[in-house]
Design a protein around this ligand. Structure first.
Ligand code: SF4
Length: 219
């Protein structure tokens, strides 16, 4: 029992959300520090980072990955094109275009990629078990946002058709990646894997149930 704290009645979810919002502010201010000298805004810097990881992305897909509207993405891309950091190329069909970084864009993307270092240092202060628990929680949150249609599909293990949760007896490496045919553990869960292929909805659901089943949850 903790009368005073229980009486406050503030849901835990509200405080967690507040903490996430604080981290979001840190990321935003760091993004300005990192991207500002290169003469690009945080949204433009984020677009460069996405295009570095996914060359050939279309405008609509880029907007989804950035979590912004199509006009906002279009404005950011047009500015990057004017700055000589991005080029537009014809897409697979006549009406679509794909986007690629120029050599100058690659350089700015490299610099822009350095800004989360301050957060990496903070996460490094957690012990390995805490880092793994945090990673698992983040995977859960990102998946929930994706399933709710709030963000575009992310290239995560837990939604990948190659993901086989809890198929090995080894508690440190209970999962299996059928793509590389190797066991792995929660600490290896990926949020952005280039080899990820989205599983069918019913397979995603079944994998998630197995991944989060109380019988298989980490102890
Ligand atoms: S291919 Fe990538 S995303 Fe899919 S299970 Fe393997 S490591 Fe995870």
């Amino acid at each position: 029992m903790s009368g005073i704290f229980d009486a406050l009645g503030e849901p835990v979810a509200q405080r967690v959300t507040g903490g996430l919002a604080t981290i979001g502010q840190v990321l935003k201010s760091q993004a300005w520090k990192g991207a500002g000298p290169a003469g690009v805004t945080p949204t433009q810097a984020q677009a460069l980072r996405v295009l570095r990881e996914r060359p050939g992305t279309g405008l609509g897909a880029l907007a989804g990955l950035l979590g912004v509207s199509a006009p906002t993405a279009s404005t950011a891309v047009n500015t990057l094109v004017t700055k000589g950091l991005v080029v537009k190329e014809p897409g697979p069909d006549r009406r679509s275009i794909t986007l690629r970084l120029t050599a100058a864009g690659e350089e700015v993307a490299d610099r822009a990629a350095e800004w989360p270092a301050v957060l990496v240092r903070a996460v490094d202060a957690l012990d390995p078990a805490e880092q793994t628990a945090l990673l698992r929680s983040l995977v859960t949150l990102v998946r929930a946002l994706q399933e709710a249609g709030e963000i575009s599909p992310q290239r995560m293990c837990v939604t990948c058709r190659h993901f086989r949760p809890h198929v090995h007896a080894d508690p440190r490496n209970p999962h299996h990646c059928a793509f590389v045919d190797e066991p792995f553990g929660d600490r290896h869960l990926r949020l952005d894997c280039a080899e990820q292929e989205e599983a069918a909805p019913e397979d995603r659901r079944a994998a998630w149930e197995r991944f989060t089943s109380p019988d298989t949850a980490p102890r």
